[in-house]
Design a protein around this ligand. Structure first.
Ligand SMILES: NC(=O)c1ccc[n+]([C@@H]2O[C@H](COP(=O)([O-])OP(=O)(O)OC[C@H]3O[C@@H](n4cnc5c(N)ncnc54)[C@H](OP(=O)(O)O)[C@@H]3O)[C@@H](O)[C@H]2O)c1
Length: 327
């Protein structure tokens, strides 16, 4: 075996214009390394930013796209212990996850319990741990505390809804389509409200007069401002995404009279700062919830690599669940 398929770009730009399915060589593991074969990879909003040249740390060109996927250990390099051929691991996605094979030092690989279904494992590495940290790491939330979030139907949003329920927290989720209200309630959402409606005026009724302690913002613009207006005194808004690309504005009087706080969160930076053992702890909590049935993320559809253009087009349509790519 000497070549593999990879979805790559030679310049930064719109994914549908710059991404191509190409043949590249299959890497051989060096001493202390493991080769991993991809089982399934996820399409995330950050992939568009990486391919477009606007997200975090960019890769050198030509670059393989994608950041998240699950694989199986395929070959062990010399002197490797701790993993065996056939073990499930996070696909080493530093240099891109939308390809068939990649190598990494054995110590860098995150093992996945073999009883986690492949599709759930594929979507487990970015959005669920982000949701977990948003609920656990930003402010201390006593059981029964209220949390508001926008993009309630996103993978982070659905993780927040299910994890909050398991942790005894209560959620108000903002969405853009009425058809999402019942499915999100069925997953454990306490309240689901429509973006742009006058819901904020009745927020007090929704919580029975309890203050909202935490607001999770991945949209920006007017949606972020709406949240600040319903936060309780000394509440915190954490911004971790900017789907509309608009500024997050902070109304001065809420800052002064309500002592509202505003912070940011980035899972990549949290992982680098806290180190591999803390990441494993968070991932163990995620897998425990997946295995107990407390957390299950819907999958909208899976596409073969050759049909990646159709997958990207589908990803832009209204959906409830992730689009996966398989070699
Ligand atoms: N900082 C971090 O560490 C971190 C980690 C993970 C994710 N994120 C961010 O979290 C956000 C959600 O990621 P995800 O993978 O969970 O998303 P996803 O499952 O792909 O869902 C995308 C969400 O964004 C909403 N959306 C898209 N365009 C919008 C617009 N113009 N206005 C309002 N809503 C819009 C969609 O709503 P509709 O269905 O109504 O279109 C949907 O709820 C992204 O911004 C992502 O970059 C950040």
């Amino acid at each position: 075996m000497c070549s593999q398929k990879a979805i790559r770009h030679h310049s930064f730009g719109k994914p549908e214009e710059v991404l191509k399915l190409e043949e590249i060589s299959v890497p051989e593991p060096q001493a202390g390394e493991v080769r991993v074969r991809l089982l399934a990879a996820t399409i995330n909003p950050s992939d568009y930013g990486m391919v477009g040249g606007s997200y975090g740390r960019l890769r050198e060109l030509p670059a393989i796209a994608g950041r998240e996927g699950v694989g199986v250990v395929d070959v062990l390099g010399e002197g490797v212990s701790g993993l065996a051929v056939g073990d499930f691991v996070r696909f080493p996605g530093e240099a891109g996850a939308w390809c068939e094979y990649a190598c990494a030092p054995v110590g860098d690989l995150l093992a996945v319990p073999s009883d986690v279904p492949v599709e759930q494992a594929a979507v487990s590495f970015i959005n669920p741990p982000t949701a977990y940290c948003l609920l656990r790491e930003v402010v201390d939330l006593a059981p029964g505390s209220w949390v508001v979030q926008n993009a309630g139907n996103s993978a982070v949003g659905l993780s927040v809804i299910q994890m909050a329920r398991a942790m005894g927290l209560k959620t108000i989720s903002q969405v853009r389509r009425e058809a999402l209200i019942e499915p999100l309630k069925a997953m454990g959402a306490d309240h689901v409200v429509l973006e742009g409606s006058d819901w904020a005026k009745t927020a007090n009724e929704l919580t029975g007069g309890e203050p909202i302690r935490l607001a999770l913002n991945s949209i920006g613009g007017a949606s972020a401002t709406d949240q600040i207006k319903v936060l309780g005194d000394s509440g915190t808004q954490v911004t971790f995404g900017g789907m509309v690309g608009d500024l997050v504005r902070f109304p001065t009087r809420f800052l002064i009279f309500n002592d509202v706080r505003m912070v940011g969160f980035w899972w990549d930076q949290w992982s680098r700062r806290h180190g591999v053992e803390c990441v494993r702890e968070v991932m163990n909590a995620v897998y425990a919830m997946m295995l107990s049935g407390d957390l299950k993320l819907p999958i909208e559809e899976t596409y073969a690599f050759q049909n990646f253009q159709a997958a990207l087009a589908h990803d832009k349509q209204p959906r409830l669940g992730k689009i996966l790519l398989r070699p």
